[in-house]
Ligand binder design. Structure first.
Ligand code: HPA
Ligand code: MG
Length: 219
Protein backbone atom coordinates (compact mmCIF):
# COMPACT_ATOMS: atom_id res chain seq x y z
CA UNK A 1 0.00 0.00 0.00
CA UNK A 2 3.00 2.25 -0.54
CA UNK A 3 2.40 5.68 -2.03
CA UNK A 4 -1.31 5.78 -1.23
CA UNK A 5 -2.10 9.29 -0.08
CA UNK A 6 -4.07 8.53 3.10
CA UNK A 7 -3.79 8.69 6.88
CA UNK A 8 -2.31 5.38 7.97
CA UNK A 9 -3.78 4.58 11.40
CA UNK A 10 -2.36 1.06 11.58
CA UNK A 11 0.34 2.20 13.99
CA UNK A 12 -1.99 4.36 16.12
CA UNK A 13 -2.90 3.30 19.62
CA UNK A 14 -6.63 2.56 19.68
CA UNK A 15 -8.45 4.70 22.29
CA UNK A 16 -10.56 3.49 25.21
CA UNK A 17 -14.30 3.61 24.51
CA UNK A 18 -14.97 5.24 27.91
CA UNK A 19 -13.33 8.45 26.67
CA UNK A 20 -16.06 8.87 24.06
CA UNK A 21 -19.84 9.08 23.88
CA UNK A 22 -21.38 5.89 22.52
CA UNK A 23 -24.94 4.55 22.84
CA UNK A 24 -25.39 2.42 25.96
CA UNK A 25 -26.53 -0.56 23.88
CA UNK A 26 -23.03 -0.84 22.37
CA UNK A 27 -20.82 0.03 25.36
CA UNK A 28 -19.74 -3.55 26.08
CA UNK A 29 -19.40 -4.60 22.43
CA UNK A 30 -16.47 -2.42 21.48
CA UNK A 31 -12.79 -3.11 21.93
CA UNK A 32 -11.70 0.46 21.25
CA UNK A 33 -12.27 3.61 19.21
CA UNK A 34 -9.94 3.66 16.19
CA UNK A 35 -11.07 6.83 14.39
CA UNK A 36 -13.29 9.37 16.20
CA UNK A 37 -16.13 11.03 14.28
CA UNK A 38 -14.46 14.45 14.22
CA UNK A 39 -11.36 13.08 12.55
CA UNK A 40 -13.46 11.26 9.95
CA UNK A 41 -15.22 14.51 9.08
CA UNK A 42 -12.00 16.52 8.93
CA UNK A 43 -10.54 13.98 6.56
CA UNK A 44 -13.65 13.99 4.32
CA UNK A 45 -13.39 17.78 4.10
CA UNK A 46 -9.91 17.45 2.66
CA UNK A 47 -10.86 14.59 0.31
CA UNK A 48 -13.72 16.72 -1.04
CA UNK A 49 -11.32 19.59 -1.76
CA UNK A 50 -8.95 17.23 -3.59
CA UNK A 51 -11.82 15.80 -5.60
CA UNK A 52 -13.09 19.25 -6.61
CA UNK A 53 -9.61 20.34 -7.66
CA UNK A 54 -9.19 17.30 -9.84
CA UNK A 55 -12.60 17.33 -11.49
CA UNK A 56 -12.35 20.97 -12.50
CA UNK A 57 -12.20 20.00 -16.19
CA UNK A 58 -15.65 18.41 -15.82
CA UNK A 59 -18.60 20.67 -15.21
CA UNK A 60 -20.73 17.79 -13.88
CA UNK A 61 -20.01 14.70 -11.81
CA UNK A 62 -22.21 11.85 -10.64
CA UNK A 63 -21.53 10.48 -7.19
CA UNK A 64 -22.51 6.82 -6.89
CA UNK A 65 -23.21 5.85 -3.29
CA UNK A 66 -22.54 2.20 -2.48
CA UNK A 67 -25.24 1.30 0.05
CA UNK A 68 -25.60 0.70 2.81
CA UNK A 69 -22.19 1.26 4.40
CA UNK A 70 -21.18 4.40 2.51
CA UNK A 71 -24.28 6.47 3.19
CA UNK A 72 -22.73 8.67 5.91
CA UNK A 73 -19.47 9.14 3.98
CA UNK A 74 -21.55 10.01 0.90
CA UNK A 75 -23.79 12.42 2.78
CA UNK A 76 -20.86 14.21 4.43
CA UNK A 77 -18.98 14.34 1.12
CA UNK A 78 -21.98 15.89 -0.66
CA UNK A 79 -22.41 18.47 2.12
CA UNK A 80 -18.79 19.58 1.85
CA UNK A 81 -18.86 19.65 -1.97
CA UNK A 82 -22.01 21.78 -1.89
CA UNK A 83 -20.43 24.22 0.57
CA UNK A 84 -17.20 24.49 -1.45
CA UNK A 85 -19.13 24.88 -4.70
CA UNK A 86 -20.82 28.07 -3.50
CA UNK A 87 -17.52 29.95 -3.43
CA UNK A 88 -16.10 28.56 -6.64
CA UNK A 89 -15.95 30.63 -9.83
CA UNK A 90 -16.36 27.34 -11.73
CA UNK A 91 -18.74 25.21 -9.63
CA UNK A 92 -19.32 21.57 -10.52
CA UNK A 93 -22.87 20.27 -10.87
CA UNK A 94 -23.37 17.21 -8.71
CA UNK A 95 -25.75 14.34 -9.46
CA UNK A 96 -26.41 11.36 -7.21
CA UNK A 97 -27.02 7.68 -7.90
CA UNK A 98 -27.23 4.68 -5.59
CA UNK A 99 -26.33 1.01 -5.75
CA UNK A 100 -26.65 -1.72 -3.16
CA UNK A 101 -23.81 -4.19 -2.65
CA UNK A 102 -23.59 -6.98 -0.16
CA UNK A 103 -21.15 -9.81 0.36
CA UNK A 104 -20.54 -10.11 4.09
CA UNK A 105 -22.00 -12.52 6.63
CA UNK A 106 -20.58 -12.17 10.15
CA UNK A 107 -17.02 -10.88 9.69
CA UNK A 108 -16.17 -12.86 6.57
CA UNK A 109 -16.65 -12.11 2.92
CA UNK A 110 -18.90 -14.78 1.37
CA UNK A 111 -17.00 -14.32 -1.89
CA UNK A 112 -20.30 -13.73 -3.66
CA UNK A 113 -20.94 -10.05 -4.41
CA UNK A 114 -24.56 -9.09 -5.03
CA UNK A 115 -25.11 -5.86 -6.99
CA UNK A 116 -28.63 -4.51 -6.73
CA UNK A 117 -30.52 -1.52 -8.09
CA UNK A 118 -27.91 -0.16 -10.49
CA UNK A 119 -29.44 2.39 -12.88
CA UNK A 120 -27.56 1.27 -16.00
CA UNK A 121 -29.14 3.76 -18.42
CA UNK A 122 -28.60 6.66 -16.01
CA UNK A 123 -24.82 6.27 -15.96
CA UNK A 124 -24.08 6.33 -19.69
CA UNK A 125 -21.58 9.07 -20.61
CA UNK A 126 -21.30 10.36 -17.03
CA UNK A 127 -18.18 11.23 -15.04
CA UNK A 128 -18.64 8.82 -12.13
CA UNK A 129 -17.19 8.99 -8.66
CA UNK A 130 -17.87 5.83 -6.69
CA UNK A 131 -18.28 6.46 -2.96
CA UNK A 132 -17.51 3.33 -0.93
CA UNK A 133 -17.02 2.86 2.79
CA UNK A 134 -14.29 0.24 2.77
CA UNK A 135 -11.99 -1.68 0.48
CA UNK A 136 -11.05 -4.90 2.26
CA UNK A 137 -10.32 -7.81 -0.11
CA UNK A 138 -11.04 -5.49 -3.06
CA UNK A 139 -13.37 -8.08 -4.58
CA UNK A 140 -16.54 -5.97 -4.30
CA UNK A 141 -14.77 -2.99 -5.86
CA UNK A 142 -13.61 -5.02 -8.86
CA UNK A 143 -17.05 -6.62 -9.32
CA UNK A 144 -18.72 -3.20 -9.23
CA UNK A 145 -16.21 -1.65 -11.66
CA UNK A 146 -16.74 -4.51 -14.10
CA UNK A 147 -20.50 -4.03 -13.95
CA UNK A 148 -20.16 -0.25 -14.34
CA UNK A 149 -18.01 -0.58 -17.43
CA UNK A 150 -21.06 -2.04 -19.19
CA UNK A 151 -22.88 1.27 -18.69
CA UNK A 152 -20.17 3.09 -20.70
CA UNK A 153 -19.52 6.04 -18.38
CA UNK A 154 -17.23 8.85 -19.60
CA UNK A 155 -14.87 8.27 -16.65
CA UNK A 156 -14.82 6.40 -13.36
CA UNK A 157 -12.99 7.30 -10.17
CA UNK A 158 -13.18 5.51 -6.85
CA UNK A 159 -13.21 7.03 -3.35
CA UNK A 160 -13.10 4.79 -0.30
CA UNK A 161 -13.17 6.11 3.24
CA UNK A 162 -11.14 3.11 4.41
CA UNK A 163 -8.58 0.75 2.93
CA UNK A 164 -7.86 -2.30 5.07
CA UNK A 165 -4.42 -3.94 5.32
CA UNK A 166 -5.98 -7.30 4.60
CA UNK A 167 -3.88 -10.38 3.79
CA UNK A 168 -6.59 -11.13 1.18
CA UNK A 169 -6.25 -7.73 -0.54
CA UNK A 170 -6.23 -8.12 -4.34
CA UNK A 171 -4.15 -4.97 -4.88
CA UNK A 172 -7.03 -2.70 -5.91
CA UNK A 173 -6.04 0.93 -5.22
CA UNK A 174 -8.83 3.50 -4.95
CA UNK A 175 -8.14 6.97 -6.39
CA UNK A 176 -9.05 8.55 -3.04
CA UNK A 177 -8.60 6.95 0.39
CA UNK A 178 -9.43 8.47 3.77
CA UNK A 179 -7.60 6.10 6.10
CA UNK A 180 -5.50 2.96 5.88
CA UNK A 181 -6.64 0.68 8.70
CA UNK A 182 -5.35 -2.49 10.36
CA UNK A 183 -6.73 -5.95 9.62
CA UNK A 184 -9.50 -5.80 12.24
CA UNK A 185 -13.28 -5.76 11.94
CA UNK A 186 -14.52 -2.17 12.19
CA UNK A 187 -18.02 -0.92 12.90
CA UNK A 188 -19.65 2.48 13.18
CA UNK A 189 -20.02 5.49 10.89
CA UNK A 190 -22.53 3.34 8.93
CA UNK A 191 -20.32 0.24 8.79
CA UNK A 192 -22.15 -2.76 10.20
CA UNK A 193 -21.76 -6.19 11.64
CA UNK A 194 -24.84 -8.13 10.48
CA UNK A 195 -26.78 -4.85 10.31
CA UNK A 196 -25.83 -3.71 13.84
CA UNK A 197 -23.65 -0.69 14.76
CA UNK A 198 -24.56 1.58 11.85
CA UNK A 199 -25.92 3.96 14.52
CA UNK A 200 -22.52 4.64 16.07
CA UNK A 201 -20.60 7.90 15.41
CA UNK A 202 -17.04 6.65 15.69
CA UNK A 203 -15.17 3.95 13.81
CA UNK A 204 -14.58 1.28 16.43
CA UNK A 205 -12.99 -2.13 16.68
CA UNK A 206 -15.55 -4.82 17.53
CA UNK A 207 -14.69 -7.22 20.36
CA UNK A 208 -14.90 -11.01 20.10
CA UNK A 209 -17.85 -11.29 22.51
CA UNK A 210 -19.89 -8.99 20.28
CA UNK A 211 -18.95 -11.00 17.18
CA UNK A 212 -20.44 -14.06 18.88
CA UNK A 213 -23.42 -12.16 20.29
CA UNK A 214 -24.56 -10.77 16.92
CA UNK A 215 -23.53 -13.75 14.85
CA UNK A 216 -25.93 -15.09 12.22
CA UNK A 217 -26.19 -18.65 11.01
CA UNK A 218 -24.79 -19.15 7.51
CA UNK A 219 -26.99 -22.13 6.63
N1 HPA B 1 -16.39 -3.69 8.83
C1 HPA B 1 -17.60 -3.63 8.22
N2 HPA B 1 -17.82 -4.06 6.98
C2 HPA B 1 -16.76 -4.57 6.31
C3 HPA B 1 -15.48 -4.64 6.88
C4 HPA B 1 -15.28 -4.19 8.21
O1 HPA B 1 -14.17 -4.23 8.81
N3 HPA B 1 -14.66 -5.18 5.93
C5 HPA B 1 -15.45 -5.41 4.84
N4 HPA B 1 -16.71 -5.05 5.06
MG1 MG C 1 -19.28 -1.25 1.51
Amino acid sequence: MENIDAIDVTGHTPMPVRHFSVPKHYETDLESVLIPNGMIRDRIDRLARNILEECTPHSEITLLCVLKGAYLFFSEMISVLMRLNVDRPNPVRIHVEFVRLSSYANDVSTGHVRILGLNLAGLYGKHLLIIEDIVDTGRSAIALLEELRRTEPASVRFASLLLKKSPHWNGFRPDYVGFIIPDAFLVGYALDYNEHFRDLDHLCILNDEAKAKYQVSLT
